[in-house]
Design a protein around this ligand. Structure first.
Ligand code: ARG
Length: 466
């Protein structure tokens, strides 16, 4: 047992009150340095801004500030070049940096923590990190959208089956299908932009939870750290992590979109569908079955969504029911966000590459579009338009035509005019104009419809805003 003066084994930062060093297990459960070292650049940036403000306000001297800033920059290059020894005993990134600063510059280091707490410090570091991550996501989504726009343009006329229930429904164009994803990823990107705006407030200066008696200037630090303004309530500032949850929610929704695309690619690349062929870069062979080309990247994108969802639920659960203000539970926020961010970045990048690289088998798509009576609705619509039938009657007549084609194992367009007229006398040979898949898609000119002319309008709309 120690006599209370054993400062060697007690924590250097808050060791004054503690008689002995933390039990090994305490150190292990308490330390976050293993993962929060990722925040080193944000931590140092935040400290430089804080020290500069303290000097500007006359709270510390300019000489001390200069030493602090110089020391922090030295630490930054030490960490960046891999010449920094992180210590678990010093718990987290904040205390690792500060302890090193003390070694480098001596007593002036002790002035850096004036008018702040690790509570506002970590809120700042993490917010800066999440904000930068959101900016990266915005860029990555823009590149993904660009890849889809290029494919959509190239395939504005390529006919494929549109599905509901994964059953052939009506012909659509591949360009139109691509543009569906542009809409999804475009909304994901709007959510990202909105989240950046939402979280664009600086936490530093909230101190432990109540603010500080020192004459700090939070507007100055907010500005120098690139935030729109300081947060308005010190208790809220150190106790909420909704910005991290917003990131995770956005990531989960984007992940869900990516997983649907991934699933489609898995289906489309099967020999049974044969709609697309993945490039070698985004598929693997089998070690035993030489004919195989597996869509591993798509499968992994599909799986990453599960991890992201897990992170969202984990952090929601960590935060649920926590009393204000800071509790150590909140230290568990970072790994969830880091893991989800890595998964999302990878998934978006892999999908961008896959979309750009894959070969579209337009013949297979077209053949599939024509099978399964996909133009039955066109026949019914024609009866309404040209023969004046109520839609319900037209639907019934069309059903009979489909049944006849089915019994003859042929397509609708292969029925003879006589056969069709036997089903309904108003049918003329003009009907054959709408029974082809090309005619079907070309006719769907309603706003947002699948006609190539409409799809091109939407491509132009997105090109202008991407
Ligand atoms: N490592 C801590 C975290 O990530 C930093 C804040 C610690 N604050 C405290 N009062 N113990 O949350």
């Amino acid at each position: 047992m120690t006599d209370g003066t054993d400062t060697k084994s007690s924590n250097q930062m808050w060791g004054g009150r503690f008689a002995s060093g933390p039990a090994a297990i305490m150190e292990e459960i308490n330390a976050s340095i293993g993962f929060d070292k990722k925040l080193f650049a944000q931590d140092i940036r935040g400290s430089i801004a804080h020290a500069s403000m303290l000097a500007h306000q006359g709270i510390i001297s300019t000489e001390d500030k200069d030493k602090i800033v110089h020391g922090l920059n030295t630490i930054l290059s030490e960490i960046e070049s891999g010449n920094f020894e992180f210590s678990r005993r010093l718990e987290d990134i904040h205390m690792n940096v500060e302890a090193r600063l003390a070694t480098l510059i001596g007593p002036a280091a002790g002035r850096l923590h004036t008018a702040r707490s690790r509570n506002d410090q970590v809120a700042l570091d993490f917010r800066l990190w999440v904000k930068e991550e959101l900016q990266k996501c915005e860029q990555a989504l823009t590149e993904l959208i660009a890849a889809f726009l290029d494919r959509a343009e190239e395939h504005a006329e390529t006919v494929m089956p549109g599905f509901t229930h994964l059953q052939t429904a009506q012909p659509v164009t591949f360009g139109h299908h691509c543009m569906a994803y542009v809409e999804m990823f475009g909304r994901d990107r709007s959510r990202v932009r909105h989240a950046i705006e939402h979280m664009d407030e600086s936490p530093i200066g909230a101190a432990a939870l109540a603010g500080t008696g020192f004459p700090i200037d939070r507007h100055m630090t907010a500005k120098s750290l690139g935030f729109r303004e300081p947060t308005r309530n010190s208790i809220d500032t150190v106790s909420d992590r909704d910005f991290a949850l917003e990131f995770l929610s956005i990531a989960a929704i984007a992940g869900m979109h990516l997983s649907r695309l991934a699933e489609e690619i898995v289906i489309w690349s099967t020999p049974q569908f044969g709609f697309v062929r993945l490039s070698d870069a985004f598929s693997t062979g089998s070690s035993i079955m030489p004919q195989k080309k597996n869509p591993d990247a798509a499968e992994l994108v599909r799986a990453k969504t599960g991890r992201i969802n897990g992170s969202l639920v984990a952090l929601l659960t960590i935060m649920k029911g926590l009393p204000l203000a800071y509790s150590k539970d909140m230290q568990e926020d970072k790994e969830q966000v880091f893991d989800a961010a890595e998964s999302l970045e990878l998934a978006i990048a892999a999908m961008t590459g896959m979309m750009r690289d894959m070969t579209i088998n337009t013949e297979r798509m077209k053949a599939a579009a024509g099978s399964g009576y996909s133009t039955a609705t066109d026949l019914a619509d024609w009866l309404v338009r040209e023969a004046g039938l109520p839609f319900r009657d037209a639907h019934h007549v069309t059903g009979r035509a489909v049944a006849l084609a089915e019994s003859k194992s042929c397509e609708l367009a292969q029925l003879s005019l006589e056969e069709l007229q036997a089903i309904h006398p108003a049918i003329t040979d003009k009907i054959f104009d709408v029974l082809t898949v090309e005619a079907s898609v070309a006719s769907r000119k309603s706003f947002g419809g699948t006609a190539p002319s409409e799809v091109r309008k939407q491509i132009a709309f997105w090109r202008a805003r991407n």
